[in-house]
Structures are given as structure tokens and as C-alpha cells.
Design a protein around this ligand. Sequence first.
Ligand code: ACO
Length: 333
Amino acid sequence: MIRPRNERPRARITGTGRYSPERVVTNTELESLVDTSDEWIRTRTGIRERRIADDDTSTADMGAAAAREAMGRAGIEPEDIDVLILSTATPDRLLPSTACDIQASLGAKNAAAYDITTACSGFPYGLALAEGHIAADQAKTVLVISAEKMSAIIDWSDRSTCVLFGDGAGAAVVQPAEDERGILSTFTKSDGTLAELLWRPAGGASIPLDIAVLDSRSHLVQMAGPEVFKAAVRSMCEAAGSALERAGVAAEEIDLLVPHQANIRIIESTAKYAGIPMEKVYVNVDRYGNMSSATVPLALDEARETGRVGPGSLVLLVAFGAGFTWGSAVVRL
Ligand code: ACO
């Protein structure tokens, strides 16, 4: 029998951190790469620029940098980490997991480390897992990292996708809650029947990488933009409503909505459906583009640093991604 939520040890985010590559790529720069314009990108997506990692910076490097910041804020040492969860759609290699590389880099020698591949909704999924590890008394300190080097898997000759994405990482330390602050609800859901609307068709075990795959560029991201747009709005709205309902929290009580940053129009639709005015919505898609699962934790950390949220703030996190997958959480910081 499932114990009622209030009888289980609850979990709390005790520190957040982020990493952004230094190199800024503006829309205007992309005009020399593909047939596009700053005006088209801004009006359709809200994106003005994105950060792109250099060749020497890996997904693990970005994830470890964000994790170090989060650990510093939580006041923990690498040995304190019991579980390290990395959400990424851009693992540095397929075997072993990139989480293990980050574990080695941090010196988190007591941790169990694993990757999750739920694309852009990885951070709410990671929080749900962290919450579960703590509720089951399997861990006292869980590190949830989302790190994405989208520039490595997008087709730079495809204008319908290459203008949308960027690189970066965000992280959070999750530990048992000691007071009313903590993760009040999580919600996760998927629909695998729509996988082919946003995918990398080849390069895995079913169609291994070979010259034909490379020539056809089918190992890179392909997306049916308008169909994904509709599913994203539908799913983000469901995720927002479900997390609020599970937490027993009204939309008016939310101090800040931190949505996945793929497209300003999807963000506006989600906020409208959830009944949250845009003044209470964190938006940075203009500066970073879509960094897949890194968007939500990076935005949360920026919101904390800029004073948009502080101890005790009530925050709604909502994300949607390939799979399709979607997820959300209500958190009292
Ligand atoms: N520059 C100029 N024109 C372009 C570009 C570009 N970069 N890309 C496409 N176009 C053209 C198309 O070819 C099309 O031209 P046509 O009418 O002559 O055929 C026209 O612009 C309109 O294309 P649409 O795809 O209909 O444009 P839309 O308004 O749907 O916007 C967009 C496209 C921005 C991709 C939108 O559909 C979208 O945001 N979809 C959701 C994407 C998303 O959220 N993905 C990520 C979620 S999951 C995850 O994060 C991994």
C-alpha cells in the first residue's frame, strides 16, 4: 500500500547551480549558415541568441561545473552524494553513462550514478526520482544534473531545427526536508506513439552508425515543428494542472512558473492555461534557446540569483520533450 505523502520523508532542493558556455551565437550569425533571418527566429520562437560549447567542452564538463555550484550552495562535499542522476539527450558516448564520468570528475566516490533519457523533461523526472530515493530512505543526498550539448546532435544545415537549440547545464542538490519547505508534488507522463515527431532516427542499435547513416544525416535531430508545437502546449498544460492539483496549491499561490524554454509562444500558452500571469513566469529563451533538459534547472538557478525567488517561494516547474515525455513539480524553496 502506498503510504500517504505526509507520512513519507519529504525531499527539498537545498542548492542549485548552472553552467553556460562563453560563446554567444546570435541569430544574425546563423543567417550566414542557413537561409533564415533574425526576424523569423525572434517572431516564431522568441530566441535572440544561444550559447554554444567549444569542441573541448563535453556534456560531462558542463554537468560537473553546474553540479559544483549546486554543491557549494548546499554546503556538501563530493563524498556526501549518495545518488547522482544525469538527465541528458547528448551523452558524451553511449557506453558507459555520462553520469559515471561526472561522478569521476567530482570525486563522488560513494554515489550510485546513472543517466536518464527523457529529453527536455529530464529535470522534473530527475526530481521525481530523487524524491523517491529519499522517500524510500535509499539516499540522504541526491544530485540531479541536466546537461546538454545540443550543438553536437543538431543538423547545422537544417534551418527548421538548428536555430532553436543551445548548450548548457543546470543542477540541484536534493536532501530530506526538515520543515514545510520541499518538493510538494511531482508529475511525469509519456506518449511513445509520437516518438517519430522528434527524434534521431539512426545511429543507435536498430540502425547502427555507418557511412549511409552519416551521408543521410539521419543520426541528427529531426523534428516535425508544428506537430511538436501542438503536443507541447497540450502536455505542458496537463503537467502544470496536475502538479498544482497534486500539491493542493492554487495557481494564484505560485510565486514563479519556471517552464521549459523551447518557444515563447508555448510558454505563454502554458501560463495562460495554468492561470499564471506572465509577470510571474521566468523567461530566458531569448538568451539561451532550447537547451533541452538543462533549461528548467538553469532558469531556476538564475531566478534564485536575480532574486525572483528566495527561501519559502512557491515555484511551479513544467517541461515537455521528445518521447514524448512531460513532467512538472511544485516546490517550496
Ligand atoms: N528561417 C526561416 N524560415 C523557416 C525557418 C527558419 N529557421 N524554419 C522554417 N522556416 C519556414 C518553413 O520552411 C515554412 O516555410 P513554407 O511556409 O514556405 O513551407 C515556414 O517557415 C513556416 O514553418 P512552420 O514550421 O509552419 O513554422 P512554425 O510557425 O510552426 O514555427 C517552430 C516553427 C518554431 C519550429 C515551431 O513549430 C515550434 O516551436 N515548434 C515546437 C518546437 C519545440 O518546442 N521543440 C522542442 C520541444 S521538445 C524539446 O525541447 C526537445
